[in-house]
Design a protein around this ligand. Structure first.
Ligand code: 5GP
Ligand code: MN
Length: 315
């Protein structure tokens, strides 16, 4: 579906709920906040359904627009899903179905809303939003720019992943033109971490599994490790990158124990498809970064399953 259809769908409605995915990351928070700001700038009512922003993204503007399902400021009549690969990944399930719009960039997305804008060539949901805003002639203010920069810079690994295109960088230029201090934001996102996150990273890397041929690495985070360091989920987000950056590694996994599930983050280097492995576990994602959530399993048995799957994928 095209931009025109999305624009007319947006014009047709007035009271929006905007949401991202469970275990929200920079793209999820950044794109939902930017969308909500754009809707409000256009005279619409909108809020973001999400958990409160974690410490890592504490600098994000517009956090007062965020609420949980139980304390929404009004009854929405339409819902916008951003950065959500499949319906089970939505941050919230609404009590009754509403007219819906999906904007996403996951190659595994089969589509699940009334109106959809899915483009796997876009670096991030934030980048698709910038195209939409450009198409609609919607102005981007500095607060929106901070959110969109967070979206795009986190999903491109600070513009180092292969999903960074000339178009991505052209949009970053647009954000800089709003007066945004990208050096300050990049420092906060990529070059500052809590002591808890630093120490947790150290323990995961010290104890990681490395296959005999050195092509596979697997790290694990138990609930007790999280407790030991006083860490939260956002503290675990980038640890998997260290695992896949070990010389000679083709594919890496980070397992994070939850209360009743195990979250698997998969990363691969060029030539290996992490999304395929994720899909085999009922998850999804992109070629080089994918994930899945395993239920009815322990951390130890999940480790074994994941090691086997990686062995098969890497050969
Ligand atoms: P991360 O490892 O950073 O959580 O996720 C990497 C990519 O895989 C993201 O694009 C994310 O949307 C996708 N992903 C992570 N976990 C899941 C999951 O449980 N199910 C699906 N379908 N995709 C996931
Ligand atoms: Mn994304």
């Amino acid at each position: 579906m095209g931009m025109n259809e999305v624009c007319s769908w947006l014009k047709e409605h007035d009271r929006f709920a905007v949401m991202g995915h469970v275990s929200p990351d920079g793209d999820s928070y950044g794109s939902t906040l930017a969308m909500c700001m754009a809707l409000r700038n256009a005279g619409k009512q909108a809020f973001v359904l999400a958990d409160p922003v974690p410490h890592l993204y504490a600098f994000l503007p517009g956090q007062d627009m965020i609420c949980r399902l139980e304390n929404c400021p009004f009854e929405p009549e339409a819902v916008i899903h951003l950065d959500i690969a499949s319906p089970d990944r939505a941050a919230y399930a609404l009590a009754k179905p509403l007219p819906s719009l999906l904007i996403d960039h996951h190659q595994t997305n089969a589509g699940f809303d009334d109106v959809m804008l899915i483009d796997a060539s876009a670096s991030s949901a934030g980048e698709i939003l910038m195209r939409l805003f450009e198409h609609a002639g919607a102005a981007i203010d500095r607060d929106m720019a901070a959110c969109l920069f967070t979206s795009i810079s986190t999903d491109t690994g600070s513009f180092q992943f292969s999903n960074t295109t000339a178009e991505t960088m052209r949009y970053i230029g647009v954000l800089i033109d709003t007066g945004l201090d990208i050096s300050r934001l990049s420092t906060l996102i990529f070059r500052r971490r809590t002591l808890a996150r630093t120490r947790l990273t150290g323990e995961v890397l010290t104890d990681m599994f490395v296959s005999e041929d050195g092509k596979i690495t697997v790290g694990s985070i138990s609930l007790s490790m999280m407790e030991k360091y006083g860490a939260v989920h956002a503290d675990t987000e980038t640890i998997v990158n260290y695992l896949v950056e070990v010389e000679g590694v083709c594919m890496a996994a980070l397992l994070e124990e939850g209360e009743d599930s195990v979250k698997v983050s998969l990363r691969s280097n060029e030539g290996y498809n992490a999304a395929e492995v994720a899909v085999s576990f009922g998850g999804g994602g992109h070629m080089l970064a994918a994930g899945a959530t395993l239920h009815d399993t322990t951390l130890a048995s999940a480790e074994e399953m994941v090691k086997k799957a990686l062995r098969k994928a890497v050969g």
